[in-house]
Design a protein around this ligand. Structure first.
Ligand SMILES: [Cu+2]
Length: 144
């Protein structure tokens, strides 16, 4: 009897652990797109609305984009009347909140693009190394 209960408890514990470590949807990306690089350039930026759909705050620490060498989280700030880009090493999004990555503000800086797919996969990882994949679109610099 006692053993059975212990086995059950171990089972519940395992289940709880599995649940807490499984990658439950944490972030939702809306309107996510990569700006097509200027011909001959390998650098560009990506924009999106990043929503934290979990019930805890989450911290983005790294990102990867299909077809690119590296991705950095950047923001713009005014320095002596000039707009400067600044790298962020982490970005916390409160539970239920949305961060807008948009031109002139927060953005993902994309480096080392060789061939950019039409719908590249963006991988976002949080500080616990839980990663999720999101499909972006691509847009030309020239607006239609
Ligand atoms: Cu930048």
């Amino acid at each position: 009897m006692k053993l059975q209960r212990m086995v059950n408890q171990a089972g519940y514990l395992m289940m709880a652990l599995t649940l807490s470590f499984s990658s439950v949807a944490e972030w939702v990306v809306e309107e996510g797109y990569v700006r097509k690089p200027i011909p001959g350039r390998s650098m560009t930026a990506a924009f999106m609305d990043l929503r934290n759909v979990s019930d805890t705050d989450s911290t983005l620490i790294s990102a990867k984009l299909e077809g690119a060498k590296s991705v950095e989280i950047h923001t713009h700030s005014h320095v002596d009347g000039m707009m400067r880009m600044r790298q962020l090493h982490e970005l916390t999004i409160k539970a239920g909140e949305t961060m807008s990555f948009e031109p002139g503000g927060l953005h993902l800086m994309i480096f080392g693009i060789k061939a950019l797919p039409e719908s590249p996969e963006l991988t976002l990882c949080d500080k616990n190394q839980v990663c999720s994949t999101h499909i972006l679109t691509t847009r030309s610099l020239v607006k239609k």
